[in-house]
Design a protein around this ligand. Structure first.
Ligand SMILES: Cc1cc2nc3c(=O)[nH]c(=O)nc-3n(C[C@H](O)[C@H](O)[C@H](O)COP(=O)(O)OP(=O)(O)OC[C@H]3O[C@@H](n4cnc5c(N)ncnc54)[C@H](O)[C@@H]3O)c2cc1C
Ligand code: SF4
Length: 548
């Protein structure tokens, strides 16, 4: 392809990703000075289209950012009224008394919400302050200055055919240049991954850990609706060795958010997170709530789980990592949105100070200092051992020791040291020859659904004739290595049916149905050969989540 000529636009701060982290950063910058120019880029067709969360939100960061959010009409309308925690067995459920948990695990004072709708609302606040928001702009490339610092991104490349030629609607995209660039792509960001590697930001940290979260939104019968009730479960159907659990949140208007998270350090390559979720809904605790209702939306997204030990260096020449691009989820609380917002705000304050001093393109180390002094750091530190204890000791040992460790941290400020995560998730799979295939029940089409039926409720769309955004470093590996060694687990871990092994007369063939991709990033994380690289398709594609 011939040389590409692109227009460039310059800003004080360019932000990649309009999730809670990116929008909070943009708002804080404009609050500090209306004269700071801020550009916010989002690959979804609109702000919120790619946001998938539980969500029970702790408003601590929102209270700091927009103290009068209630008067301004923020969509946090359902305070948590009833907070339940169960361990499930195949035939029943054991409710754990709330008093077993340290007080910070309580959900009272939190709100059961759609995080997508909160982002939509936050975007209106940002726009009112003068932030330029560009939805449908996928950032595909990082741009560097001659001194090696990050100077911006390329966004908005459109209209390239599968064979690399230009279609009639071709657009070369724009160069968005910033004195500072904030990477707010959320979990496993595609540009974040490059920047972390290039500047060695994860050196000395534990590997980042992840889960795959799948969620359905249900409209339930009025008699099954329990306004403000939130339920979390552990155990069945995952058993005691595989980490994960569920959430069920009663939102407004008879809507119930039901979701399931499987930790991606699972070992059995035959495990199918999507089908675990489907069979979970048939449990006697869950089925009565959903029975007679209808599923109105479906989606999936990975979640960062490494926490305290896995947070990389947060700044690099020319920019910062904020929110889940760095990974600030508090795993036992399943909460990351408040930490995403707060880190965005801290980075904004650091950038503002630098801009005031006439600086540009250098290191915002004061952001990392501020993080270390913030409540985000304290929030992650006190729960740091829960995930590694669970991984190493299984459900029962992990729950008991992890609970004790949280209590010790809460009461005395110390616990059982800092446990390591060990290996990355992709290295956890056992060979298929040492693993047992799992016999999943067929979906009944009423409470449980096959992947493609559910996918239709995600609004996902990609053009057929465009370059493959799921890139294989080596196209032979799926059939030559992954299939014999791990029974090609991509067929099962992808929650959208993107990867298939097709048996043909000439032998097995690996097929990628890229149109189905919901941008959850699980393949990039879990492929045992680390052969799949997730890159952005053209902007506006992917899921169109209404209110997940
Ligand atoms: C199943 C599940 C349940 C959860 N439950 C809760 C909960 O109950 N409470 C809670 O507080 N937290 C919860 N979380 C975690 C919470 O959702 C995240 O911590 C939070 O969304 C992180 O915010 P973020 O802004 O860093 O990233 P995100 O919310 O992921 O937003 C990133 C945005 O950047 C965009 N983007 C990414 N790459 C590019 C690119 N290259 N170009 C342009 N745009 C890009 C994405 O489309 C997206 O809109 C849950 C997460 C999951 C997956
Ligand atoms: S292809 Fe990868 S990113 Fe897309 S839905 Fe499947 S696992 Fe998720």
């Amino acid at each position: 392809m011939e040389d590409v000529q692109r227009e460039a636009m310059e800003y004080d701060v360019v932000i990649v990703g309009a999730g809670p982290a990116g929008i909070a950063a943009a708002i804080r910058l404009k609050q500090l000075s209306p004269d700071v120019s801020v550009c916010l880029l989002e690959k979804g067709s609109e702000v919120g289209a790619h946001i998938l969360s539980g969500a029970v939100v702790d408003p601590i960061a929102l209270n700091e950012l927009i103290p009068d959010w209630q008067e301004k009409g923020a969509p946090l309308n359902m305070p948590v009224t009833d907070d339940r925690f169960y361990v499930l067995g195949p035939n029943g459920a054991l409710r754990l008394p709330n008093m077993l948990m340290p007080p910070f695990m309580s959900n009272h004072g939190n709100y059961a919400v759609s995080l997508g709708n909160i982002c939509r609302w936050l975007a209106t606040q940002a726009e009112a302050l003068g932030v330029e928001i560009y939805p449908g702009f996928a950032c595909s490339e990082v741009l560097y200055r001659e001194d090696g610092s990050v100077k911006g991104v390329v966004a908005g490349v459109m209209g390239i055919a599968r064979d690399g030629t230009r279609k009639p609607d071709y657009q070369p995209g724009m160069e968005l240049l910033g004195k500072y660039v904030f990477i707010a792509e959320g979990v496993r960001g595609s540009l974040a991954k490059q920047i972390i590697a290039r500047f060695d930001l994860a050196e000395g940290c534990e590997p980042q850990k992840f889960g795959i979260g799948m969620k359905e939104l249900w409209e339930v019968l009025p008699e099954n609706y329990r306004k403000g009730q939130v339920t979390h479960t552990l155990g069945w159907p995952l058993g005691i060795k595989t980490g994960g659990g569920s959430f069920m949140y009663h939102l407004e208007d008879n809507l119930v958010s039901v979701g399931f998270v499987v930790h991606l350090n699972y070992a059995n390559p035959y495990l199918d997170p999507y089908r675990e979720f489907q069979r979970f809904k048939h449990h006697s605790l869950i089925e009565p709530v959903l029975r007679g209702g209808r599923r109105v939306a479906y989606g999936a997204r990975a979640i960062t789980e490494g926490g305290f030990q896995s947070v990389p260096k947060l700044f690099f020449p020319g920019g910062v990592l904020i929110g889940c691009s760095a990974g600030f989820v508090n795993v036992p609380r399943i909460k990351g949105s408040q930490n995403a917002m707060k880190t965005g705000m801290l980075a904004a304050e650091a950038a503002f100070e630098a801009l005031q001093a006439g600086r540009a393109g250098d290191e915002l180390s004061s952001y990392e200092d501020a993080y270390r002094k913030s409540w985000v750091f304290a929030d992650l530190k006190r729960v740091r051992n829960v995930k590694p204890m669970w991984s190493k000791l299984g459900l029962i040992g992990g729950l008991a020791l992890g609970g004790l460790d949280m209590w010790l941290n809460h009461l005395f400020g110390f616990g059982f040291g800092t446990w390591k995560h060990g290996k990355p998730d992709y290295a956890a799979l056992k060979p298929a020859s040492e693993s047992k295939p799992i016999d999943y029940p067929k979906p009944d089409g009423v409470l449980s659904f096959d992947r493609l039926t559910n996918l239709a409720f995600s609004g996902t769309n990609h053009e057929e004739d465009e370059p493959q955004h799921l890139k294989l470093k080596n196209p032979d590996i799926p059939v030559a290595v992954n299939l014999p060694m791990w029974a090609e687990p991509a067929q099962r871990y992808c929650p959208a049916g993107v990867y298939e092994i097709i048996e043909e007369a000439t032998g097995p063939r690996f097929q990628i149905n890229h149109q189905n991709c919901v941008h959850c990033k699980t393949c990039d994380i879990k492929d045992p050969s680390q052969n799949i690289v997730w890159t952005v398709p053209q902007g506006g594609e992917g899921p169109n989540y209404p209110n997940l």
